[in-house]
Design a protein around this ligand. Structure first.
Ligand code: NDP
Length: 296
């Protein structure tokens, strides 16, 4: 069997197109432009790339982008003041504080200072609680994007066995909540899980969010399963030349694709969906804050 490739890049482009349409309608009908504020503390190179990309795609969708760059040694109180200013700013509908934060800052404290209605990352404890209790929440972007790909590929997920590998607050746990919400039978695996290959082998849906390059191999996969590879890992690629690197997922693509029914590639799978969902969440936040129709 050769798996169908789930094209996250194309799907994300469609989501961004829908977002842009909704934004244009909000502007035309109500004179409101959704705005996203992104706060970056320090000079982490990966974070800088993400923030640039988020800003660019926000503007391309017709929204307002507000970037705030703070020095790595900024006192936590100053960041909290900025968050409070953004909470009150009527032009800002979504606030994202790029993680990781420098060690002297308490990420939980900062995230929980964001107004829940503007928490487009969905990390505030109020949104976590709403998601966990099946209520209307801001849903974290990477799990939301992963679920959209699964729904598009499989239709109903009801009754399927899903194994989520990884239990982070950012990916693993919200992913498991979303799958439970779709009536999957959900197992959350992590570094202490016994017989992980056997656990994964029972899954109709595998979501790998581990951060270990190519850890999941084809012999772990049930034939025909749908594999969502969230991992983004940079590894050496001497075949491309000295000092060259390439991106791989948490799944060994070739061996998994030989067994799975469908699989997301890395890059070009879940990654592009994350920013597309961030834009969609910002439009949703703007609609809710202004009492307007939400995008579907
Ligand atoms: P974390 O490091 O926060 O969590 C990793 C999880 O994997 C932990 O729960 C850990 O278990 C588990 N784990 C580690 N080693 C093993 C193992 N050998 N067997 C089973 N489980 C293991 O990572 P994130 O959730 O933030 O990210 C996961 C991956 O997803 C990374 O590669 C990251 O780059 C990528 N990512 C991609 C995004 C995208 O847009 N596509 C967005 C966010 C992340 P334990 O809790 O026991 O330590």
């Amino acid at each position: 069997m050769t798996a169908e490739v789930i094209d996250g890049k194309a799907f994300a482009a469609r989501v961004r197109g829908q977002v842009a349409k909704h934004v244009a309608k909000m502007k035309a009908d109500h004179g409101i432009t959704p705005g996203l504020a992104v706060v970056l503390v320090g000079e982490d190179p990966a974070s800088q790339v993400y923030v640039r990309s988020k800003g660019k795609q926000t503007v391309e969708a017709g929204m307002a982008s507000f970037e705030h760059k703070l020095d790595a040694d900024t006192p936590e109180a100053d960041l909290l003041d900025l968050v409070e200013t953004l909470n009150k700013d009527p032009q800002v509908h979504g606030i994202l504080v790029q993680l990781p934060l420098p060690d002297h800052m308490d990420a939980d404290k900062v995230i929980n200072a964001i107004a829940p209605a503007k928490d487009v990352d969905g990390f505030h404890i109020s949104n976590v609680g709403l998601l966990g209790t099946g209520q209307k929440a801001m849903v974290p972007c990477t799990p939301l994007g992963s679920l959209m790909l699964l729904r598009d590929h499989l239709g109903s997920l009801s009754g399927l066995n899903a194994v989520v590998i990884g239990r982070s607050n950012i990916v693993g746990k919200p992913m498991a909540q979303l799958l439970l919400g779709e009536s999957c039978t959900v197992t959350i695996a992590h570094s202490r899980t016994k017989d992980l290959p056997e656990v994964v082998k029972r899954a109709d849906i595998v979501v790998a969010a581990v951060g270990r390059p190519q850890m999941v191999t084809g012999d772990w996969i049930k034939p025909g399963a749908s594999v969502i590879d969230v991992g983004i890992n940079r590894i050496d690629a001497p075949e491309k030349g000295e000092g060259k690197t390439r991106l791989v997922g948490d799944c060994d693509y070739d061996s998994c694709a030989a067994v799975a029914g469908a699989i997301t590639p890395v890059p070009g799978g879940v990654g592009p969906m994350t920013i597309a969902c961030l834009l969609a969440n910002t439009v949703t936040a703007c609609a809710r804050l202004n009492g307007l129709d939400e995008p579907e």
